[in-house]
Design a protein around this ligand. Structure first.
Ligand code: DAK
Length: 267
């Protein structure tokens, strides 16, 4: 199967050592000048590339990564800063994110550098997380006058519990790979030069298992917390959209673009 080429991501297949004709899929976010900020075009491409690997019978496991400096510094603030509640709801562009949940094969995140906002949420949409010791996680949306909108309030809370999630989401402070490991948010921290190799090693190990058992195991584990996750996500999205009626959202995002500190007035 020939692989499609994309503008904002790289995609490849790598043979699994010792297993003839079996591969892992590797998808790399590649918008380096903006620290892999997740604009709509990139997300569409990401979903297409993940789906392509998902449908490819030679691929058993997918690794999702970015660069050493940044996995992703969040959704593209410049793309969304002028949205209003109505425009953002009508475009419904963020619905692209939901399609990642339909990927059946295990996705291993290999994270280094910034995994902030939507970058942290995309990480949490993956099934296992290997981080470099220089990885920096965080949900800093509060600092630009909004809240996490791609599952952060739900998935982070399920992973680390109410009190830690509350602290991290309400302060927006970044946290290290070691703190993430301690909280049970990620699987392993490795020296920076090894983060991608380590994730691939895990992908090779999983590739030895029955692909159908892998898929059904993934589905069952996700089911264990899906009961009210959908409701939670819907709820979160409405609140996220609602914030685009606030002056604080305009000010927060404008201040970021103008490289100054935001002044919020609660309106
Ligand atoms: N969006 C757009 N551009 C970004 C960006 C972002 N999130 N992050 C960085 N950049 C750009 C910068 O503007 C800069 O561009 P130029 O000025 O060179 O043109 C370039 O990347 C390099 O960034 P810096 O100059 O700022 O680099 P530093 O090393 O000084 O700082 C930083 C790195 C990561 C600490 C800083 O860039 C930063 O604070 N970035 C913003 C982090 C952030 O607030 N992220 C959260 C964004 S809100 C939803 C789905 C997703 C979301 C919401 C809803 N639905 C499904 C409904 C997600 C929302 C978010 O992620």
């Amino acid at each position: 199967m020939t692989m499609t080429t994309y503008k904002n991501i790289l995609t490849a297949k790598e043979p699994v050592p010792g297993l003839n004709g079996v591969n892992i899929g590797v998808v790399t976010l590649n918008r380096p000048t903006v620290l892999n900020a997740l604009n709509h075009e990139l997300m569409e491409e990401l979903v297409a590339a993940l789906s392509e690997h998902d449908k490819d019978d030679t691929v058993r496991v997918i690794v999702l990564t970015g660069s050493e400096r940044a996995f992703a510094a969040g959704a593209d603030i410049k793309e969304m800063s002028d949205e209003t509640t109505v425009s953002i709801m009508l475009k419904d562009r963020f619905a692209t994110w939901d399609r990642i949940r339909a990927i059946k094969k295990p996705i291993i995140a290999a994270i280094s550098g910034y995994a902030l906002g939507g970058g942290c949420e995309l990480t949490m949409m993956c099934d296992m997380i290997i981080a470099s010791e220089s990885a920096q996680f965080g949900q800093p949306e509060i600092n630009i006058g909004v809240i996490p909108g791609a599952g952060g309030t739900q998935r982070l809370t399920r992973a680390v519990g109410k009190y830690k999630a509350m602290e991290l989401i309400l302060t927006g402070r970044p946290f290290s790979a070691h703190e993430a490991l301690e909280m049970g948010l990620i699987n392993k921290v490795v020296p920076t030069e090894l983060f991608l190799d380590e994730a691939k090693k895990l992908a090779f190990e999983l590739s030895q298992k029955s692909p159908i058992a892998l898929q059904l195991a993934k589905e069952a584990v996700l089911k264990s917390y899906d009961g009210t996750l959908s409701e939670g996500l819907q709820f979160e999205r409405k609140n996220f959209y609602m914030l685009f009626s606030s002056e604080d959202q305009k000010e927060g995002m404008k201040a970021f673009i103008e490289k100054r500190k935001a002044t919020f007035n609660g309106k």
